[in-house]
Design a protein around this ligand. Structure first.
Ligand code: KIV
Length: 322
């Protein structure tokens, strides 16, 4: 009987390993376990028994899970979602975090900027997302004008989001200037995520959506803002469109997870706007974007086929009617 090639390779591999020092073998085992955890533990819904109901349920990602992932070097996956169906799809696909981003203002409402979206509209989007997410942590953007310069309003807005949508945390843009709001919101037990770099709510101050913090002065300010936000108590930080080297420096300086969008690979996780990564938007092609589908073409193609079938009388067929 011949031995399969893969078995021979494994035997050689492990007998080779035995000659190596014990430390190397332990390191190899540790690496295999962490790869296993990364693929199967952190990316698949795990069912556990609920102590009070006795039902098996999916173990929810929490802010502690993200902290643990930073410590153990497991990359965090985050995508935006704005409704129940998309939330269900992205949660089922295994993303750790769903962000109800104020990018809903652009991709759902068709506004040019994120400024017009209201708190009521964000709560409407968030309540659908919460219902669709069995495993992912759901974070909601505090929209423009609901926290800036007024920490009491920041707290009131956050409480409305948590109460009316059932979300698990809020996200706010800005550095040292939002420190008081962050601290006040935390007093109510609401976890806060920070957001630095390109902050679209301040687009009229920047005047452009180009890469931020390329100059030393702005880079230094970003790092000190990041440290101030961590000190104030944010559980994680989004860095948008900044140089990779700066993102690396910030991520290394912080003990909380740093999640990047257009901030390179030396951070603790990545986030993309789901409509962009599904290829639903045409004409938006920043360098950092990787499209995993071309849904715009596939969906317009489906609509075209449907119209042809209706117009020709092919749909509905005998089998598709009562
Ligand atoms: O609103 C949003 O979608 C965001 C992400 C780009 C991070 O803030």
């Amino acid at each position: 009987m011949t031995c399969p090639m893969s078995v021979i390779v494994s035997i050689r591999h492990y007998s080779g390993l035995l000659k190596k020092p014990l430390q190397d073998i332990l390191c190899h085992i540790r690496y295999s376990i962490s790869t296993f955890q990364n693929i199967y533990l952190f990316s698949r819904p795990v069912k556990t028994e609920n102590m009070s109901t006795g039902f098996k349920e999916v173990k929810r990602v929490t802010t502690n899970t993200l902290q643990e992932m930073k410590k153990t070097g497991h990359k965090i996956t985050m995508l935006t979602a704005y409704d129940y169906t998309m939330s269900k799809i992205i949660d089922h696909g295994g993303a750790d975090v769903l962000l109800v981003g104020d990018s809903a203002s652009n991709v759902m409402a068709g506004h040019e900027t994120t400024l017009p979206i209201t708190l009521d509209q964000m709560i409407y989007h968030a309540s659908g997302v919460v219902k669709g997410a069995a495993r992912a942590l759901v974070i909601v953007d505090l929209p423009f004008g609901t926290y800036q310069g007024n920490s009491r309003e920041g707290l009131a807005s956050s409480i409305r989001i948590m109460k009316e949508s059932g979300a698990h945390a809020v996200k706010m843009e800005g550095g040292i200037e939002i420190e008081e709001s962050v601290k006040r919101i935390l007093t109510a037990g609401i976890p806060v995520m920070g957001h630095l770099g390109l902050t679209p709510q301040s687009i009229y101050k920047f005047g452009t959506y180009t890469v931020r913090a390329k100059e030393k002065e702005e880079a230094d300010k970003l790092l000190s803002d990041a440290l101030a936000l961590q000190e104030a108590g944010v559980f994680a930080l989004v860095l948008e469109k900044i140089p990779t080297e700066l993102a690396k420096k910030v991520s290394e300086a912080l003990t909380i997870p740093v999640i990047g969008i257009g901030a390179g690979n030396n951070v603790d996780g990545q986030v993309l706007v789901s409509h962009d990564m599904f290829g639903m938007n045409q004409g938006f092609s920043p360098r950092f974007l990787r499209r995993y589908l071309n849904l715009f073409e596939q969906m317009t193609g489906a609509v075209d086929n449907y119209c042809k079938d209706v117009r020709s009388g092919d749909f509905p067929s005998d089998k598709e009617q009562y």
